[in-house]
Write a protein that binds this ligand. Structure first.
Ligand code: ARG
Ligand code: ZN
Ligand code: CA
Length: 639
């Protein structure tokens, strides 16, 4: 491109016209600002001219078509390998977006220039009928000059084409994506990206390195400055030549075809502006030379109706939006239609195919489903006290007759089901036309009976004295109270039952009234020392005499309790009120020693009558009696 451009700039007037084109492009670019979606396709007619390649016409056409197809994908950002860009983002290039150009290309088929033997409908592909890189007969086309170039050059283009019979030149080894007619497209430049690159130049894009070196740029804001071309395949690599990671995957680089897969948003904006500003002749020409141009704007609005429960009444309506009539319609699986309306359809998958008078195609798949029967629950009557008299009715709003079933085995003509017990029911429906549906509901076993349980924990260590009081509300007497599934049964007219002598643990209580209503619940009983005394005769036993005389009998005073005690405090006083022993440990015995001594020799208290005072509570730490208790008395020390 660079040397072609240098050559062109030396021709009279070229520099001036080039400058005008670039200015016009910049005006459009400035006016557009950030381009949103492409609402206006810029269709460019293409002609391919093979020059002494020996490639036969059929192959030349295949090559040209494959090139146009590849290029259309590359420009629109729909290339098969665009995922390589998406997958690597935003990692390597957090501030760069790829662009999707509005420019599309078509291999022209209509209104060809005279003198090339091309009939209406032929592709604009010529063999050995042109020379060099320009043919004024083909102005208004983007021309591909396909010929052997040599010298290691794959292709070239002017920088900013004019549409006056110019185009891009590409070596047949790098043109298109198919090998045929004795010609091979040669890896690693076999994906048509040489032409994409050259057409980028034609649309005014420079290489990212501009004239080379870090001081030169391509004039595009989002392509980072780089000092020269990249080759090969730098997949995944972060390459910084000047200041930022370079954009090696842009089509305007020199990497292998497989490693060029995007135009930047800035490059696309400039190309689109260039085409709009300077290639209007081409864009206009496409309307009469390109089949595809005639199809721009052709679309169908498709609506449909699913198959209802009645059956065979699905419908599809196709209405043209744009395009040129008459239209030919067909719905695969249902046949043709003169109007684009099909009715009486079954559920299924249909392919709608429409063609307008310009043979512009439209295809869409329509999936019709079978709608469920329109059924709902009418009402539910719950059963009362297990009487099995529950019922329900399912109502439908279908013109066709439905059958109803609770188990899928027996079917009946109405949605009324009686004599039901509590439970969850699924009513299934169906009709002769094969539609179905279902309604789910839950029936309850209702009753007015309710029960209140109150437990009293076990307060004894040696006798199970737990209690449960049962109160029944809304019961029909006589009422039966059942403990632990029949361990104990109380029957009476009263609405209250009492179970006594219960152990620590979980007990179940059931209440059944004369109507058969039953209500069950459970109560957990624990140990509860706060109730000691009521029916558990806990006692402290203090001996009234002992003889600390080392004969081995009754040597010490030991308090014995029949239940656990807490907050224990024992004091023993002599007849003058002096404390001779004190302990907070109920297990600690008094061996008759005088206060503060351990009881050796003369440190024993004399034989006499002593008073004791014990304060305590029944129970254990955290579960103790509520009342502080006091026990007093006397003990005689004998020698
Ligand atoms: N004008 C460039 C050359 O001939 C084209 C580079 C195309 N690169 C590619 N990967 N197809 O070297
Ligand atoms: Zn180039
Ligand atoms: Ca740049």
């Amino acid at each position: 491109m660079d040397s072609v451009q240098t050559h062109l700039m030396g021709l009279p007037n070229h520099a001036a016209s080039h400058q005008l084109r670039m200015n016009a492009m910049r005006d459009v670019l400035d006016a557009h600002g950030e381009r949103a979606d492409c609402d206006n396709v810029l269709m460019i007619p293409v002609a391919a001219h093979f020059q002494n390649t020996g490639i036969p016409l059929a192959c030349a056409i295949d090559m040209a078509l494959s090139q146009v197809e590849a290029m259309n994908a590359d420009f629109a950002g729909t290339n098969a390998d665009i995922g390589e860009w998406i997958d690597q983002q935003p990692g390597l290039w957090p501030n760069i977006s790829n662009g999707e150009s509005c420019i599309q290309f078509c291999l022209a088929t209509m209104n060809h220039p005279a003198g090339f033997g091309l009939a209406e409908g032929d592709y604009a592909v010529t063999l050995d009928q042109t020379n060099g890189d320009n043919d004024p007969a083909w102005s208004g086309y983007l021309n591909f000059w396909v010929r052997t170039i040599g010298g290691g050059t794959l292709g070239y283009s002017p920088l900013g084409g004019s549409g006056n019979g110019d185009g891009v030149t590409v070596d047949p080894s790098y043109f298109g994506t198919v090998s045929c007619g004795g010609n091979t497209v040669s890896p690693p430049f076999h994906l048509g990206r040489t032409t994409t690159h050259e057409v980028g130049h034609y649309m005014s894009l420079d290489h990212p390195w501009g004239g080379g070196g870090c001081a030169s740029t391509d004039g595009i804001a989002d392509t980072p400055v780089t000092d020269g071309p990249q080759f090969g395949c730098p997949s995944g690599q972060n390459i910084v030549n000047c200041t930022q990671p370079i954009l090696w995957p842009t089509y305007m680089e020199y990497c292998d075809d497989a490693c060029l897969f995007m135009f930047s948003a800035g490059q696309v904006a400039q190309m689109d502006a260039y085409a709009e500003a300077n290639l209007q002749g081409m864009l206009n020409n496409s309307a009469t030379t390109c089949q595809e141009a005639a199809c721009i704007g052709f679309d169908m609005s498709v609506t449909f109706q699913h198959e209802s429960c009645t059956g065979d009444d699905g419908a599809v309506h196709a209405t043209p939006q744009g395009g040129t009539g008459p239209y030919s319609y067909s719905l695969q699986g249902a046949g043709g239609s003169a109007t684009g309306v099909w009715s009486g359809l079954e559920a299924g998958t249909y392919t709608l195919v429409v063609e307008d008078a310009n043979m512009c195609p439209f295809e869409e798949t329509v999936v019709l489903i079978r709608e469920e029967a329109n059924v709902q629950l009418g009402w539910v009557q719950h059963e009362y006290c297990s009487d099995g008299a529950g019922s329900l009715e399912v109502l439908d709003q279908e013109p066709s007759a439905l059958e109803f079933s609770l188990d899928g085995l027996t079917w009946q003509a109405t949605g009324l089901f009686e004599n039901l017990h509590a439970g969850t029911y699924v009513v299934q429906v169906r009709n002769d036309a094969g539609c179905s549906g279902q309604v789910e509901t839950t029936l309850l076993n209702q009753s007015d009976l309710s029960v209140q349980l109150k437990g009293r924990g076990v307060s004894c260590d040696w006798v199970d004295n737990g209690q449960i009081t049962v109160k029944a509300f809304g019961a029909q007497p006589p009422v039966t109270f059942v403990l632990n599934g029949g361990e104990d049964v109380v029957v009476g007219t009263a609405s209250e039952g009492l179970f006594e002598g219960l152990s620590v643990g979980t007990h179940t209580v059931e209440v059944i009234d004369s109507e058969g209503c039953a209500f069950g619940d459970e109560v957990s009983l624990g140990l509860d020392y706060s109730l000691v005394g009521e029916d558990c005769p806990c006692a402290l036993f203090v001996p009234n005499a002992f003889s600390p005389d080392r004969d081995g009998l009754n040597e010490a005073l030991q308090v014995v309790s029949s239940c656990p005690v807490t907050k224990f405090r024992l004091e023993i006083l002599d007849r003058w009120g002096r404390v001779v022993f004190r302990s907070e440990d109920p297990d600690q015995a008094w061996n008759g020693a005088a206060y503060g001594s351990v009881g050796e020799g003369d440190s024993y208290v004399p034989a006499d009558v002593y008073a004791y005072r014990i304060s305590y509570r029944w129970g254990v730490e955290g579960n103790q009696g509520l009342e502080p208790l006091v026990q007093t008395g006397t003990v005689t020390v004998i020698r």
